[in-house]
Write a protein that binds this ligand. Structure first.
Ligand SMILES: Nc1ncnc2c1ncn2[C@@H]1O[C@H](COP(=O)(O)OP(=O)(O)OP(=O)(O)O)[C@@H](O)[C@H]1O
Ligand SMILES: [Mg+2]
Length: 384
């Protein structure tokens, strides 16, 4: 798709006339509906083409995704941005797409929430690209993130399958453990389960967006307005959410920070949480339920590493979990009795991974012990 003219669409709203080249957004000819521009492409109300180009690039699979070079080569597609353009940029996380200028396609006829999609790209991303892939009409080309993943429609429901990494293959199980933890504590979350495909575990979770509701990541929210010098980024985020009319954002963030502390999450970057917005009214509805918590529980580290707290990364507000925990404004909602027996539940969740030999008894006990220690940290703070 060299030097093509497209209309950036938000459902059926024509947002802007854009110029694309090999899958990249190069320029904008005209803006038709500025209020529908993706959040974060206007800073302090000023549209910036660089931000729009970046927003589009971020929709694509990152170049760092394992095996993506081989898949692109097999599909004979230049880059992941061009791959995203093959499905017109449609995704299952928001309602944006790019329509070839002059086409009379409608949102109803092409969106992935209502219409079935091809499995061929998903198969290719999961390693099966021996046969020539013809149909790239799939949300897999616009689902970012480093882990190997694909969407499937199972019993009429759209679900995301996401792989783990060697040596422990823990990420899918960590998602399930995080879900169990948040369920007990009454924290809004996406419920992940684990399925095995060809002897490897994958997390599986339902889509948390729908025909009307889309995800706006914290990254986009933060990109929409310059931070005043006297504020830190966390306060800036809270203020922007409050200005957007999202109620109880601080309580939600308290809960997410505590969850991330307990599971020692290392990857809560600003695209791993955000807000839900009604794509028709553009009203923000709530914080998005907690998702993507698998890069946690020492997922790639030996259980005996010394100075654990120093080597466990923390994002997005501080570099250590102890520092970040200080942002929590209230623990009134935290009921430690809800976590009675959680260690046992966690060990049960990890049992299949142990049976398959990816983790041993010592590692399971070590992980349970470290979670119990972290729960005790929270209980100590509550007592103080
Ligand atoms: N259940 C869901 N419903 C709708 N969109 C989702 C869902 N889960 C994930 N997404 C979208 O897909 C993107 C990638 O998913 P996810 O963050 O789980 O992958 P990841 O590979 O673990 O990411 P990372 O690179 O942050 O480790 C998310 O940033 C979000 O935009
Ligand atoms: Mg992610």
């Amino acid at each position: 798709m060299r030097n093509s003219c497209h209309i950036l669409m938000h459902k059926n709203t024509e947002v802007a006339d854009i110029l694309t080249d090999d899958g990249y957004i190069m320029d904008i000819n005209e803006i038709y509906a500025s209020q529908h521009l993706p959040v974060g492409t206007c800073k302090d109300g000023e549209f910036d083409i660089v931000l729009l180009a970046k927003w589009w690039r971020y929709r694509a699979i990152p170049d760092s995704r394992k095996d993506i070079r081989d898949v692109l080569q097999a599909l004979q597609i230049y880059n992941t941005k061009a791959l995203a353009a093959k499905c017109m940029g449609l995704s299952l996380s928001d309602h944006y797409w790019i329509k070839p200028r002059g086409s009379d396609l409608s949102w109803e006829s092409i969106n992935f929430f209502d219409n079935a999609f091809s499995e061929e790209l998903g198969d290719a991303l999961f390693g099966d690209y021996a046969e020539t892939v013809k149909d790239l009409y799939s949300p897999d080309g616009t689902t970012n993130g480093n882990l190997k993943k694909r969407w499937k429609i199972i019993n009429g429901e759209r679900v995301l399958l996401k792989a783990g990494t060697f040596p422990y293959q823990q990420e899918p199980f960590n998602e399930k453990i995080a879900s169990a933890l948040m369920k007990r504590l009454g924290i809004p979350h996406i419920s992940y389960d684990v399925v095995w495909i060809d002897e490897l575990p994958y997390s599986v979770c339902p889509c948390f967006t729908d025909q009307n509701t889309e995800l706006v990541t914290a990254y986009s929210v933060l990109a929409s307005k310059n931070k005043p010098n006297h504020q830190n980024f966390y306060q800036h985020y809270l203020n922007l959410c409050n200005e957007a009319g999202v109620r109880n954002i601080q309580t939600f963030m308290d809960k997410m920070i505590v969850t991330d502390h307990i599971i020692a999450n290392e990857d809560r970057h600003t695209n791993n949480f955000g807000l839900l917005r009604n794509a028709d009214t553009l009203e923000f509805v709530s914080a998005a339920p907690v998702y993507d918590s698998g890069t946690s529980l020492l997922y790639n580290k030996h259980i005996d590493i010394p100075n654990k707290s120093r080597v466990i990364e923390c994002k997005p507000w501080y570099e250590t979990h102890d520092e970040q925990l200080k942002l929590v404004s209230s623990l009134d909602w935290f009921d430690a009795s809800k976590l009675d027996g959680f260690g046992e539940e966690m060990a049960n969740i990890l049992e299949p991974l142990k049976e398959k030999g990816y983790v041993n008894e010592k590692r399971v006990n070590g992980l349970v012990g470290s979670v119990e220690e972290r729960i005790a940290d929270i209980c100590d703070i509550c007592e103080k």
